[in-house]
Design a protein around this ligand. Structure first.
Ligand code: AMP
Ligand code: MG
Length: 278
């Protein structure tokens, strides 16, 4: 079974998160070797992104979801560090503004979809509209319950337009989250990230888990799969995501285009042209 397959949520199959241990490291046992490989993957991603940008025909969207302190920002920092900012956009989705709320829930999302040739990273996403919204009853059930189908249709539209969507659920354990939140509170460098609401959300752990399981069961498709990433170990989280991205880019195999240029003539003009502008 390929690495990608190990962590992919099989479309059409009920996802039970208790089958995935948050501190497990499937496909990687040795931390030092995995970290070394991760550096290599990040370097490969850099090359692939260059080609994707040069090709200018297709795009890749990376969706990061997970409870507070599950490591979404860390993935952006470590795994995406090889991407050239010129062709990569990171968007963090917060609670919607008044203007955003005056539109359908996908309006703000669609505007942030990467253009052809670009890579987009979402730190939280349209999935919040069936997660936090569901858990806190922000809209009636009869409204949010239709959103899974809307999301699948939307992602299918993106796929048809050349956007590969990959969705990563950072699966962190409750004990590890507690440890990280305490660390945030204790460390003056990290304290700014602490939000008292994180404790309220933590108390709704079970509700979130059910909401996540529904997302993973209903919205993992062949075209736009969900991956469950055991995330208690930061080194494994970065290793797994970078490896899945490399495998995906290899499959996409972007190519640097060969423009129809008369290289010889153009070169001669540059070489033999006047020394100074006239
Ligand atoms: P953070 O990612 O820690 O900066 O927090 C962002 C907050 O915005 C989280 O509490 C999310 O649940 C919240 N958020 C993101 N999208 C939505 C949404 N569509 N509706 C309500 N809250 C949202
Ligand atoms: Mg937060």
């Amino acid at each position: 079974m390929s690495f990608v397959e190990k962590l992919r949520v099989k479309p059409g199959k009920k996802c039970d998160l208790s089958n995935w241990k948050t501190d497990s490291t499937p496909g990687a046992k040795d931390e030092a070797a995995a970290e070394k490989a991760t550096l290599e993957y990040v370097r490969e991603l850099e090359k692939y992104q260059y080609k994707l940008h040069a090709e200018g025909r297709r795009s890749v969207l990376i969706v990061l979801q997970g409870m507070d302190a599950s490591g979404k920002d860390g993935v952006v920092r470590h795994v995406m560090s090889g991407f050239d900012p010129l062709g990569c956009n990171v968007t963090a989705f917060k609670a919607p503004t008044v203007e955003e709320l005056a539109h359908d829930f996908l309006w703000r999302i669609h505007r942030a979809i990467p253009a052809r040739g670009d890579v987009g990273v979402f730190n939280r996403s349209h999935y919040e509209d069936v997660l936090v919204v569901r858990v806190h009853d922000l809209v009636p059930k009869k409204e949010w319950s239709k959103r899974y189908e809307h999301i699948n249709a939307f992602e299918s539209l993106l796929a048809a337009g050349g956007t590969t969507v990959l969705k990563f659920y950072l699966h962190i354990g409750r004990a590890e989250q507690k440890r990280r939140l305490i660390e945030r509170l204790d460390d003056p460098i990290k304290r700014w990230k602490f939000n008292a609401r994180d404790i309220d959300e933590r108390e709704l752990w079970k509700e979130y888990r059910t909401a996540y399981e529904d997302v993973l069961t209903r919205c993992s498709t062949e075209e736009s799969p969900w991956f469950v990433i055991p995330a208690d170990h930061k080194w494994y989280r970065d290793h797994a995501i970078s490896r899945i991205l490399v495998e995906t880019f290899a499959r996409l195999d972007p190519e640097i285009p060969e423009p129809e240029l008369d290289v010889k003539r153009l070169r001669a003009r540059l070489v033999d042209g006047p020394a100074r502008g006239q």
